[in-house]
Write a protein that binds this ligand. Structure first.
Ligand SMILES: *Cc1c(COP(=O)(O)O)cnc(C)c1O
Length: 385
């Protein structure tokens, strides 16, 4: 599909044209570890070994590259494997400036694993422009999430790219929350886009995976080399499932966004709720930037209960429809408490410094009828009052 088609059209066709031989409209799942060669080192179209090349994975990789507006895409066994593979492009002593409100597993990988190999990390609130402007001269990589997890803070991507360029740093954006349906960081100047495809890209909570898309062909060569060297790629079957989910991304995101907006307004107007974090709300400090760089505000909503973790625990105990689980971005609605669950690996002191309240509740708003979701919230709020 070509650039002039709308996203909603491209998301259906990207990465695959019906198979020449059979006309197969969907990519076959190439469950093979190796490929027959016609003579030593004479492969058929370059296929040698499945860690290195697999047609099903290529279909997903090409689709994601196209949808993010990159030159090459790579998919991995998990979002963490994608992030780890990007880190492998750095060397001991390199400085990474990262957001201070990252996915908990990313924070753990940076501080507990990558730091052992000599990478240096600074964590700053990248939603504040003055922090971007102050990044050190020797910064090698600026690593961002926007919207962040779980506070839905917004970083001005154009500003971040300008700040990184000034010191010669590259910019990587974890686009898991927004997806290319709502935000395309490469078009705003970023060098890398990362995904946990486990979330909205896959969309059905049935497969774990990750992706890395690059804008520059040379970085594409490097990423391919690292994916193959480290063996972090996903399986053909996982690639198939993820691609199957990806096809409906646009319609799903439309519903996620619409319902999340309704619920965010409902919560903001509710007397028992202390604070709502949703970039679609006028009250959100990143609202204006979000309007500029996103075409929708996503399906994640955070809110704080004044009674802290005990009240939040009471709330989830009484909440119907929303299942209590980590993860997000599936068709079904989920609820979780970041402090004792997804963000427990961040020390309590760090959490509070980053503004992550103990009574924070995070919703992944699914595509059920929004009236039912609102009623469920209403009932649970009453029960935990
Ligand atoms: C889930 C998540 C990850 C990690 O992805 P996995 O697929 O669980 O390894 C990274 N970043 C964000 C924003 C996430 O939500």
């Amino acid at each position: 599909m070509h650039d002039h088609h709308e996203f909603a059209t491209r998301v259906i066709h990207a990465g695959w044209t019906p198979d020449q031989e059979t006309g197969s409209i969907m990519p076959p799942v190439y469950l093979t570890s190796t490929y027959v060669q016609d003579a030593p080192a004479q492969t058929r179209n370059g296929y040698e070994y499945s860690r290195t090349q697999n047609p099903t994975r290529f279909a997903l990789q090409d689709a994601l590259a196209e949808l993010e507006g990159g030159v090459a895409g790579f998919t991995f066994s998990s979002g963490m494997a994608a992030i780890q593979t990007l880190l492998l492009s750095l060397k001991s002593g390199d400085r990474v400036v990262a957001g201070n409100d990252l996915y908990g597993g990313t924070f753990r990988l940076f501080t507990k694993v990558a730091a052992r190999f000599g990478l240096r990390f600074d964590f700053v609130d990248t939603s504040k422009a003055e922090n971007l402007d102050a990044i050190p001269e020797d910064t090698r990589l600026l690593y961002l999430e926007t919207p962040t997890n779980p506070l839905l803070r917004i970083t001005d991507l154009e500003r971040a790219v300008a700040a990184a360029r000034r010191v010669g740093a590259e910019v990587a954006v974890d686009n898991t929350f927004a997806t290319p349906a709502l935000q395309r960081p490469l078009a705003l100047g970023a060098d890398y886009v990362l995904h946990s495809t486990t979330k909205y890209i896959g969309g059905h909570s049935d497969v774990v995976g990750g992706a890395l898309v690059v804008k520059d062909p040379q970085k594409g060569e490097e990423a391919w080399f690292l994916q193959n060297s480290a063996g972090t790629a996903n399986s053909p079957f996982d690639a198939f499932l993820t691609l199957r989910g990806l096809r409906t991304l646009d319609v799903r995101m439309e519903r996620h966004c619409r319902s999340a907006m309704v619920l965010a307004h409902f919560l903001e107007d509710h007397s028992q709720v202390e604070k709502v974090h949703y970039p679609g709300l006028q009250s959100h400090p990143g609202h204006e930037v979000a309007c500029r760089q996103m075409s929708g505000f996503g399906g994640m909503v955070g809110f704080e209960l004044p009674g802290g973790e005990p009240q939040a625990r009471e709330f989830v105990k009484h909440l119907k429809i929303f299942q209590l689980a980590e993860s997000l971005g599936g068709v079904e609605s989920l609820v979780e408490l970041p402090a004792p669950m997804t963000h427990a690996s961040i020390p309590a002191e760090e959490r509070r410094k980053a503004g992550l309240a103990d009574g924070l509740v995070r919703l992944s708003v699914g595509i059920e009828a929004v009236e039912d979701l609102r009623d469920a919230l209403q009932t649970a709020l009453k029960a935990c009052a």
